[in-house]
Design a protein around this ligand. Structure first.
Ligand code: HMG
Ligand code: MG
Length: 299
């Protein structure tokens, strides 16, 4: 099997993991959790989201969280940003990097950010320009790449159109979201082959939700297709509130266990990551989906 030697892992738990939660995790607990994550060797943490707090009340304390975390200089502390208002908020607390987002499908885009796909481009371009005028980079998410809860199967040409627009704005990397965990390994291979042909290798990350237990199989297909950047959420927390039935991301520790066992390097200490996962599990007081976490606690 031809696999990459080195992979880059991006932890999105504090944002994607918490955004769907009806229970509000107190700010000081979020901060303590992120501080634990900062000591694991992870190089990127998506700390919170500067969306409208009425839409995502669980992350209404984004400013406080950014202001209170202890920053490790080896970690990029990123923020999800939907528009210029979000960008201004993120700049005020000096988020290191922005992540913008939109969908490959019209209906999910509309429900998630209240705009058509075409209307969204100008909104995101403004964010990218604002970031770059402060010497900050912007990452981009494309949601519903592998299927939409409203529009069903998404043609690869629709995905390409959105990626083309995002890359031409100056976004440095696109994270392809399987928002509702409906993709399969054969599809991942074929989507990545098409996108690599069109845009080259190295521009894409994969962001798998594990709704149907397919995330690890899909990650393996991504690796075989040459993708070296993966997102995950410790404990397997999370989901998109505007995608019915969406559950958490692949658990970071399960993904990293697989990658490390197959000889790939990530620079991340999974034992320390498990301590951070165990911490947030304790805050919720219920078992999280992660497999490694169950073994860690049992052992
Ligand atoms: P809107 O209502 O269309 O916004 O929402 P608007 O521009 O019309 O403004 C309405 C009001 O909201 C105004 O206030 C604005 O100032 C205010 P008013 O004048 O009425 O008092 N406003 C804001 N306030 C604070 N922060 C802001 C902001 N923007 C406007 N940033 C908006 C548009 C994008 C804000 C809204 O739709 C929203 O917040 N959506 C959030 C959706 C979301 O967070 N979804 C989950 C994240 S995406 C995801 O999970 C997928 C991903 O993980 C990848 C994958 O898995 O596929 C990334
Ligand atoms: Mg997501």
């Amino acid at each position: 099997m031809d696999l990459p030697k080195q992979i880059t892992f991006k932890e999105v738990g504090p944002r994607d993991g918490l955004q769907n939660e009806s229970r509000f995790v107190p700010t000081e607990k979020k901060v303590e959790w992120i501080d634990l994550l900062s000591q694991t060797g992870v190089s990127y943490i998506e700390v919170s989201s500067f969306v409208h707090p009425k839409w995502i009340p669980a992350l209404a304390d984004a400013e406080e969280v950014f202001n209170q975390i202890k920053r490790n200089q080896d970690v990029t502390y990123a923020a999800l940003v939907p528009n210029i208002k979000g960008a201004e908020r993120a700049l005020k607390v000096d988020a290191d990097e922005f992540a913008v987002f939109m969908s490959a499908s019209e209906t999910h885009n509309q429900k998630n950010i209240n705009k058509s796909i075409t209307e969204t481009y100008d909104v995101l371009k403004e964010v990218v320009n604002e970031a770059s005028s402060s010497n900050k980079k912007t990452r981009g998410y494309v949601s519903t790449v592998f299927g939409c809860p409203y529009d069903g199967h998404i043609a690869i040409d629709e995905v390409k159109k959105v990626c083309d627009q995002l890359l031409s704005m100056g976004i440095y990397e696109i994270s392809l979201g399987d928002t509702i965990g409906i993709g399969n390994p054969k599809q991942v291979k074929s989507v990545m082959t098409e996108l690599h042909k069109e845009f080259g290798i190295g521009k894409f990350a994969l962001h798998f939700h594990d709704t149907r237990g397919m995330a690890l199989a899909n990650a393996l297909a991504g690796l075989q297709a040459g993708v070296t950047i993966y997102d995950g959420s410790i404990g397997g927390l999370g989901g998109c509130p505007y995608a019915k039935g969406a559950s958490g991301n692949v658990a970071s520790e399960d993904l990293l266990f697989m990658l490390h066992e197959m000889g790939m390097n990530s620079e991340i200490d999974v034992h320390k990551l498990l301590k951070a996962a165990s911490y947030i599990e304790g805050v919720f007081g219920e078992t999280l989906p992660s497999h490694q976490l169950k073994l860690f606690e049992g052992g």
